[in-house]
Design a protein around this ligand. Sequence first.
Ligand SMILES: [Zn+2]
Length: 472
Amino acid sequence: MRRTTAVAAVLLTAGCTPSPTPPAPAPSATVDYGVWAAGRSTPVADPLYPEKGNPGLDVLHYRLELDWQPTTRVLTGLATLRIRPVTDAPEIKLDFTGLTVDRVLLDGAAATGEVTGGKLVVPAPVTADRPVTLAVAYHGTPEQVAMPSHRGDASEGIGMRAGRDGTLWTMQEPWGALTWYPVNEHPSDEALYDLAVTVPRGWTAAASGTPGPVEGGTYHYSSADPVAAYVTTLSVDRYRRIELSGPNGLPITNFVRDETDDRYLPVLKRTPELLSWLEKRLGRYPYPTAGVLMNDSVSAMETQQMLSMGRGAFREADLEYFEAVLIHEYAHQWFGNAVTPSTWTDLWLSEGWATYLQYLYEQKLYGFDDDYLESYLRRRDAELRESVGPPGRPKAGTFAESNVYLCPAAMLREIHERLGDERFFALATAWAADNRDRSQDRAGFISFVNTHTGEDHTTLINTWLDSPTTPK
Ligand SMILES: [Zn+2]
């Protein structure tokens, strides 16, 4: 997610609504769950937000068939989840809120499901490592929920926004997927995705994943690499599609709205150049496609394979700022998406890297030297530790505030200085490649840095993460 500013600058029974009838899936015993093996995770309970996510379930795959009607602002969905229970449990409990469930099928048999307190509960016992298929039909107008933060963009809420103008978009960190599909909403449970989104003529659906065929008004997107729920996205707008070719022929698809987004085109068209700059430092871009969708939010998000850039965050800013944030969100494809923090306590692990790469790019963009960067980092680091606390010990009520961005970036600056360019970028490249499609945490990072460099950086890293004042 974007944060730092530039340096220089209900109860369900039978269906009573028009949502689709879930097709009866084959009995579980005949389903080959092995095809979704890449969606296997080791879910954990979140220390900051234990009420979100369910460490007892590992969702392997989500198939979301959605229909959006801009005039009535009704989203109709059929979500089919392939779930590997991690433990025996008396029920299936997922995160879901604001929409009405019409029908539930478990392994093809009718089941009941109640939406209460932000959870969908299906009272059916499950057994560890005996996967099940849960299909949920639902409908309604999505509503955003509160963000546990005092950030400038927190007042707008998180989750899916159904605009009065018929648009649909979402920003959902640390959660918000629960406002548009039933989900195990925790970064430690990554899964594969297939989306099929139907919209009326004149509208276009853009989403995370690899763009697939457009059949009539139905847009397809698929993710063959595991995705954490907070980096899924879906936006419906009157988009124009701009296709580019990136490094090694990487397909890039940008979704922009005429006139409103024209001013960003000169930068978006230079995406191949931006990705080359990152690849030079971090190794090959980790996914089969890239792109940007513009939406009406006031923030930006590193949604996987398809960044979400909020018009409200850039309207008043110069284009250099838009470019720096693009680098930040694209850097997250390596740090945050390919290597995902296990819990929200480790958010510094993705934001630190993305912010540091952004600053290095800004050095080139705005032309400031190393001394300027270092004095800026130390000054802001001191202020942030005093006002919000150290980055390794975030509090539940101050999610993703500037301390988890800038302070770990200052730490990476220190490591960069000690190692020099060649060894530092070799470390960055190896970290992203060796941990690709995995969750990581502080202990894993320290151990990796020490092994890779052959030097003990344990005290340096722990001090930068935990000290109430800027380390000497
Ligand atoms: Zn970020």
